[in-house]
Ligand binder design. Sequence first.
Ligand code: GDP
Ligand code: MG
Length: 451
Amino acid sequence: MNDTIVAISTALGVGAISIVRLSGNEAIEIVNNCFKGKDLTKVQSHTINYGHIVDKDEIIDEVLISIMKAPKTYTTEDVVEINCHGGIISTKRILETMLNHGARLAEPGEFTKRAFLNGRIDLVKSEAVMDIIDSKSEEANKLALSQLSGTTSNMIKNFREKLKQLLASIEVNIDYPEYHDIEVVTIEKVKDSIKELKKELQNVIKESKNMTLIKDGIKTVIVGRPNVGKSSILNKLLQQDKAIVTDIAGTTRDIVEGEIYLDGILLNIIDTAGIRETEDVVEKIGVEKSLSMIDDADLVIVVLNNNEQLTEKDQEILNKTKDKNRIIVINKTDLADKLKLENNDLQNIVRTNANSVEGIKELKDKIIELFQLEKIKTKDYNYLTNSRQISLANKAYESLQEAEQGIKDNLPIDMIEIDLKETFDLLGEIIGETYSDEILDHLFANFCVGK
Ligand SMILES: Nc1nc2c(ncn2[C@@H]2O[C@H](COP(=O)(O)OP(=O)(O)O)[C@@H](O)[C@H]2O)c(=O)[nH]1
Ligand SMILES: [Mg+2]
């Protein structure tokens, strides 16, 4: 990690300014060797210095150079940022000049990886950096900022501290087994503590699933038979004519997607091909796609036609979606009521006329109600936000369960201790207290170059 890395940190394209960033022991020297202006090796830390980047005698660009000396920098190493004119050619030439003078091209996320490896930020905070850049809604952005400030990390550290104390009290027991009285007290204490920790962790995992909705948006699919008005509803929700609407059944063959914001939270809406038996090869693929989209949707909107009786296909769609977060839209309320829903225990029903805006607001309100968006938003954001973190928390929960079972089965205390240590380690993996190179590579590979 001793080499000096360089990358273009701004988006590549024409803009007012671009930034080329370097980090490493030789960052200042490398830039100084191709800089005309002050001697950068002699300037104070955290100063901005005017001059020119030159290649031999040729001026490449007029620049402002920020010098940030270790350790109070993004990576904790010497960091230099070259602010240059934001043209593609000059930015690239500056990058090339740095490479020619001994810097190495940074891998995606390598600056942040160094910040992690040098101990400035933990893994949750590293992920938060990327989430800030990636955030698609205001709420997602707030969530990521909160993670970067350490709320989640502190929560995990808190958990681990409690486990550590528990493990310490078990150690006492193992070291002084002759005190039989301690054994009884400890087992009781361990049992209570595990119960408590389990409850807390379970709550975190449950709430964290809502956080992923904030971060990634609510994946919504609109399904139903052909011609019931799915595409019309999508268009009304998006307030634009995105999907083609005709009275010909089988018009929508492929999926059509759009995005709206409800209360600052992103809704990805997917309109699908009407579900029916068909011999048309293309439409058939569309129908299969529709059915498979149901499985990984966060929300399914099933559309029924108010002007027709319930068909077998409708019933099939209702059965297939009964365990999902579901809203049933009875559309075409402007036409005669012919639909009868015998099955009275159906919930979350909204009536719409997709030819006007009638009912569309109710549909939106229903979604807000179903996901309790108001409530999610006002929660403290100290939860987990991605599948890596959540799956580790789930594993930690499982090992707590095993510890609990072990006590029930009267296993020796050192067996219980092994499960608790496992929980401790798994929670440590969330913040990167323990990690493998493979996991790090995978995680940072998704970052932008230059971050
Ligand atoms: N009267 C009436 N017609 C509608 C309504 N919603 C959609 N339609 C019409 O029904 C036909 C099929 O609509 P479309 O959105 O393409 O249905 P899809 O096949 O489910 O996507 C079109 O002619 C629409 O104009 C509605 O609420 N009332
Ligand atoms: Mg359609």
